[in-house]
Ligand binder design. Structure first.
Ligand code: TA6
Length: 289
């Protein structure tokens, strides 16, 4: 199918009826639904489905820069590019439905970021409805280089004031609201009563978002991505954003598996892999930490 801009998008569906939608614009996941058809990712009603910005919602990919601490545009250029279907994909798991996308550095990219890469993204939906994204980034340049990265994931929540995150207690974080000054989180689960924009460092590979009202827990598993970004713009910032409704901050929470504090370094010919796996369960559940 096509997206709102005539750019191709791919719909994945498992036999139980769960689904996911991926746009070639940005390689962005724009929808993930459980087998009851309930949408699990937030998309703004004011989202602008037009380049050169990622649409507000789903899972934009931030590469090769996270944020604006660098020479590139905010969150890098990958989210603004039209990706292609990868016709030479890596091996796969037979029970998953998936799509393989590819982004290679263009002449334009090389002018602002002179490091050739091949970025392979697999988005898959398992038989139990879990969504996974695997990014493989290869240095096809003659010299080493580094990058930062994030799966900027907008979760749909019932009411931001009622949700909490478990798994980030006692960690150090960089506060984007204070020039990335470093603080230490106290012992309690994270709750929300004002704007939050933090990069939690060296976080566990499994954390959970508990949505009490919906009796829903999102379980986030990651590999190769040491940090976890937590963002909610709250009231004032939402009003200043053209592509977010004034009240919509209440229904969204961004929790991004990321590599920000320590950039990923790739030698010539080397490949890096970063995985994200999302599941929804009725209660708190993290088995492998
Ligand atoms: O930490 C998340 C963040 O970098 C915030 O500072 C915030 O502005 C957000 O991402 C969204 O960025 P965007 O460029 O998509 O508007």
């Amino acid at each position: 199918t096509k997206d709102w801009n005539g750019v191709d998008q791919i719909v994945l569906r498992n036999p139980q009826g769960a689904s996911a939608r991926v746009s070639l614009h940005g390689g962005q996941v724009t929808s993930w639904r459980n087998d009851r058809g309930e949408e699990l990712l937030f998309t703004s009603s004011k989202a602008i489905f037009k380049p050169p910005k990622a649409m507000r919602g789903g899972i934009p990919i931030c590469f090769p820069q996270f944020g604006d601490c660098g020479s590139l545009e905010q969150h890098g250029f990958a989210r603004n590019k039209v990706w292609t279907i990868d016709d030479n994909p890596p091996p796969f798991h037979p029970n998953d439905t998936f799509v393989d996308l590819l982004l290679k550095s263009s002449e334009d990219d090389l002018k602002c970021w002179p490091h050739s890469f091949e970025f392979r993204l697999r988005v898959s939906l398992s038989s139990d409805g879990n969504l996974s994204l695997i990014s493989r980034i290869r240095n096809v340049n003659g010299k080493p280089y580094s990058f930062s990265f994030a799966y900027h994931t907008y979760f749909s929540v019932s009411d931001i004031s009622e949700v909490r995150i478990e798994g980030l207690e006692t960690l150090d974080y960089l506060d984007n609201l204070c020039q990335r000054e470093r603080f230490t989180e106290q012992g309690d689960a994270i709750t929300f009563e004002s704007e939050v924009d933090r990069i939690y460092l060296s976080s566990p590979n499994c954390i959970a978002i508990l949505d009490h009202e919906r009796k829903r827990t999102y379980v986030i598993r990651k590999e190769g991505l040491p940090d976890m970004v937590v963002w909610n713009p709250w009231e004032k910032k939402s009003k200043a954003m053209v592509d977010l409704g004034d009240e919509e901050y209440k229904q969204m929470l961004c929790v991004d598996a990321a590599a920000v504090e320590k950039p990923i370094i790739l030698k010539p010919g080397e490949e890096w892999t970063g995985r994200l796996e999302l599941a929804v369960v009725p209660s708190s559940f993290c088995s492998d930490d």
